[in-house]
Design a protein. Structure first.
Lengths: 192, 192, 192, 192
DNA sequence: TATGAATGAGTGTTCATTCAT
DNA sequence: AATGAATGAACACTCATTCAT
């Protein structure tokens, strides 16, 4: 029932996601995608201009998912002090990553495949909201004066590593609390 | 004459490395490698069992290069206090990365191609020397009690990001000193 | 409003013609045609049995256009001496070709695609009017006794070449008068 | 025996030629070529960079064949009067065409496929030998002052048509002598 | 009349790998 | 040790055509 509601676009994107997660982005081929989606290979081109567009769409879907999950308003709410806004942001990344561990891996894989070096760091535009937040924090001498991708990087890579560790059963979800992870990240970022 | 001393193995590996760095690991093909190495395509199989072995060898070569550059003795020298040994280690990674920026990218690319998730974190064996060092530091409550790949991860990913930023001309080499980078990493690791 | 009077058939044919002239007959595909005609791809099959029928129709449309432009009555008018009737015919081909240079190219392209060797020579039926005229001229020893497609061929290919030379800016329209072109053709045909 | 001497290049080119002549240039596909040449499809790319290179090579092979058959020295021999040199040239084209009727068709087909409009007119370079000859004839007021491709065109297209008529059994080889064909062509060209 | 969805067969091209010499 | 030739499988992508709605 529910499945039938999904349109083909989504089915195809899901197939791509599955392949990326199980075999790696390199292994994505229209043939495999079509097989997994139970359609003819040529059919892929009915829904996506070409392979690049297909990968882009999967990437964007995931990126949007993240962005939509983020409580942007709060990040801009100047009634909250900046340190807490950053903490709130990290918490959101943390929650998102634990809830959707695949999402992060998808984004990482696709970005890498396309030759972008920044890994998980998502920065749509320079005046991106998080960018803004971190810049403000830097200007106010709350966090260290460093390239912004250092700050974004440590947030993402730490949380991502944590999530992967759990997935790979290196330890259980309960073994490290958010507070612990957060402290690690925040100690790096903040001026003390 | 001297050049001719380089055996074919090395010539081939160099070709692979060059392709990876310029076009990405995905683009490595025996055809291209052979062309770049000025040998017949089939010749690649004289020196390497298959493509996988070839990539492995390039990976291992780089990994060994890193390990050999590291002053292991010093890391084990208990006359030096542990904090300084870690600092020394970070310094060595830092120096290596700035001196051989390609090396890190090679490792990252090959790891990605093979579907390994840990990125740059190299851990050959559990009783690896760095592993040992960090474990000791954790036991002595010098660094935070966290999965070891957190500690290794922040070292590598921060330094790697820094190196890439420089390569991509985001800023000049002189803009951030080692001390600054180190402080960022160390603040995350240490218990304060 | 008026434009809407053009029925879909015509719109589709026009699309085909445009593609042939800009990209060559080989490049005609239902996909492209449909896109250019602003209809669904499958819609092409509503108006034409298959691709072959579509091409045929475009060919026939052009052939009819030529035939209808030709003043047949005059060609048969025995009050005019035969030499002048042939001259009149050549003049008409000349005028048509210069006025509708695309027309000739369309016919040539489609013929090529269908593997017909006679190029521009259009001969619907053996008792074709021009056929008749030339036969009569041959019988009356006005033109050389040669296969009829020699005579038709030289008319078409010379004029077509002239037209293309102009289109390709090899020289301007005014550089060679009809009389000059005609003399070239007629000298070949006539018995002297 | 003899067949074995032919290298694969030639075998492949022959396959292409056969397909062009039987099915038309449009029908040439690497698959068909490979099948006809009894090799794997991928093998085509061992001998030719891509399909274009393959077609080019078939074209060039034929063009060279024509050029090598032509007695260039004689065409430049100013001891012979120009009219006779042109006649000699036309005779050579005539002989070649009748001896190698396929050759002309191959060239025509490939040229058309590549979108060149000049049909059989082969003009390698502006100072091409035939070009030279005709220009000289025009300057000396032996032939009409017209675009050179008119003169070349009538030679080729007339002879080609004649050859095709014979192939298609429209009449027998003996029905029209060279002299007849020549007269038709020459009357068009010459100033009278 | 019109369309979107579907598809199988085909396209040119690249690949890793094998083998005879 | 070295090579050129060979190949089957895979790739992304386009095509003419059909069919249910």
């Amino acid at each position: 029932m529910k499945k039938k509601d999904m349109n083909k676009q989504t089915i195809i994107q899901d197939a791509v996601a599955k392949i990326i997660l199980t075999e790696g982005a390199v292994s994505v081929s229209t043939t495999k995608v079509a097989k997994l989606a139970h359609i003819a290979q040529s059919n892929v081109y009915l829904y996506f201009k070409d392979k690049q567009a297909l990968l882009d769409s999967v990437y964007n879907r995931e990126r949007d998912r993240i962005i939509n999950t983020t409580d942007i308003a709060e990040l801009r709410n100047h009634d909250i002090d900046i340190e807490n806004r950053i903490r709130y942001y990290i918490e959101q990344v943390y929650d998102y990553s634990l809830t959707n561990p695949d999402s992060m891996n998808l984004i990482e894989q696709i970005k890498f495949l396309m030759g972008e070096d920044d890994g998980l760091v998502i920065s749509d535009s320079p005046n991106d909201i998080v960018h803004e937040l971190l810049q403000e924090a830097m200007d106010n001498q709350v966090i260290k004066k460093l390239p912004i991708n250092f700050h974004m990087g440590i947030v993402f890579s730490t949380i991502h590593r944590h999530t992967n560790n759990i997935i790979e059963n290196k330890y259980s979800k309960s073994e490290y609390k958010f507070e612990t992870i957060y402290q690690f990240i925040w100690d790096a970022m903040r001026i003390n």
